[in-house]
Ligand binder design. Structure first.
Ligand code: URA
Length: 433
């Protein structure tokens, strides 16, 4: 088999066989196919697309390019959620404990933040002492004993994706539905869960800017997951505004803890409850409505908070910080960003809000950058709210005062004011089952 022929077939609109796709991904993984041919095939896929069968084959080949986890030693049903990434998205910190407190196992491998999006592992590491690396047997023991563990990726999952993504990033081929689906699901399916709820973000803070494209991606990923024998649901949720009011690692953990104490922002609480409801429902805990009632109760009666504390303690973190979030290290400086005009906030560029947080030190430009856990943004006003000129829009936190000017410039440029209140956008656009 020659990659030249595979590129030509796809360039001319042909359907690739399972063998051809396996040959491609094997060559990507072992380095026998040069970057220019990988890039050429990605471009051909970008223009010609792939059908569901081809995309599933590509996903399974990516999944099988590296290690796969075996969770068979975990007793009970295992459910996971995966977000396509956004700003202020700390849902795993709340959804995981809710679901685990109701007896469904959460064995979660999470990622780190990059660019404008945050990552659960970084947020957890903002908790003093908490370890996000566990030996596999300790990880499984913790899930069996307390029902939940959230860690970073210790092994090399889907190495073909790493290579492919790096090339797509520099050849303008990231934005291809089959390539995105195979990348996300190839990594997700390397873990060993029974049920997966996908949180496909849509809007200005997401890499899918339109609801239609988000829905198409969700349908495709649900289909692939089912072909792999998983129980699947995808929620299309709003990322046209940051989720909740906190952006930045410690700030987001504190907001998650407040939510576990029943005092969270309404939008964030609702998305968490809905995600938890679908995870529980897939795990045979009733209809989504019944499961949502269980999830609400777990928030209100403190059992989800208790579960989070147990997880923090089991992973070496200081549970006193969860009891009293004043114990989190504070940034040395804060700065109020004031509205430059009176009116309603009609639109925000959520990706830019993420970049403003990055400029304060809360994120990474490259995978090697160090994070300042206490840096970030607390939003005082969000889309549809009215502000007077000079009223505080947001409070910035940093350990270097010089960072405020750039973050403030980004934030103000990303906020549009107008005379009329915009229509309320749905928080959850669709459920793809
Ligand atoms: N996230 C991924 O993991 N892969 C993509 O291709 C896009 C977003």
């Amino acid at each position: 088999m020659r990659l030249y022929d595979i590129i030509k077939k796809k360039r001319d609109g042909g359907e690739l066989s399972t063998e051809e796709i396996d040959f491609f991904i094997r060559g990507v993984t072992d380095g026998s196919i040069p970057d220019y041919q990988i890039s050429a095939l990605c471009m051909a896929i970008y223009f010609r697309g792939m059908n569901v069968r081809e995309t599933s084959d590509l996903t399974f080949a990516v999944r099988d390019s590296g290690d796969r986890l075996d969770f068979s030693a975990i007793k009970g049903i295992r459910a996971d959620k995966h977000s396509t990434g956004g700003v202020g998205d700390k849902t795993s910190l709340v959804v995981g404990p809710i679901v685990a407190s109701l007896g469904v196992k959460v064995a979660k491998m999470s990622g780190r933040g990059l660019g404008h999006t945050g990552g659960t592992v970084d947020k957890l590491e903002a908790i003093p002492g908490l370890k996000t690396t566990l030996a596999e047997e300790d990880f499984i023991r913790q899930v069996n004993e307390i029902g939940i563990a959230i860690v970073g990726q210790s092994r090399e999952f889907a190495p073909a994706d790493k290579k492919l993504y790096a090339l797509r990033d520099v050849t303008a081929t990231v934005d291809s539905m089959p390539l995105i689906a195979a990348s996300i699901m190839g990594k997700k399916l390397a873990a060993d869960d029974d049920c997966i709820v996908l949180d496909v973000k849509t809007g200005s803070g997401s890499f899918m800017k339109s609801v239609e494209r988000s829905r198409d991606l969700a349908r495709l990923m649900v289909d692939i997951g089912k072909r792999a024998g998983k129980k699947m649901v995808a929620l299309i949720t709003d990322m046209d505004v940051p989720l909740g009011n906190a952006i930045g690692n410690s700030l987001e953990v504190i907001e998650a803890v407040e939510t576990l104490k029943g005092r969270g922002p309404e939008d964030f609480t609702e998305v968490c409850l809905t995600l938890a409801a679908y995870m529980l429902s897939l795990a045979d805990m009733g209809t989504p409505d019944e499961a949502k009632a269980l999830a609400k109760r777990a928030l209100l009666d403190g059992s989800a908070l208790q579960k989070f504390k147990q997880m923090v303690a089991a992973q070496g973190g200081d549970p006193a910080c969860i009891e009293d979030t004043d114990k989190f290290a504070k940034a040395k400086y804060s700065h109020a960003v004031k509205a430059t005009a009176a009116g309603y906030i009609t639109r925000v560029d959520t990706e830019a809000y993420g970049l403003a947080s990055l400029a304060l030190g809360a994120g990474r430009n490259t995978a090697e950058d160090r994070i300042d856990y206490s840096a970030g943004i607390l939003l005082n006003k969000k889309t549809r709210e009215h502000v007077e000129k000079g009223e505080v829009l947001a409070t910035l936190f940093a350990n270097d005062e010089k960072k405020f000017a750039e973050a403030e410039r980004i934030l103000l440029a990303a906020t549009t004011f107008g005379p009329t209140m915009p229509a309320k956008a749905p928080l959850i656009y669709d459920i793809v089952e």
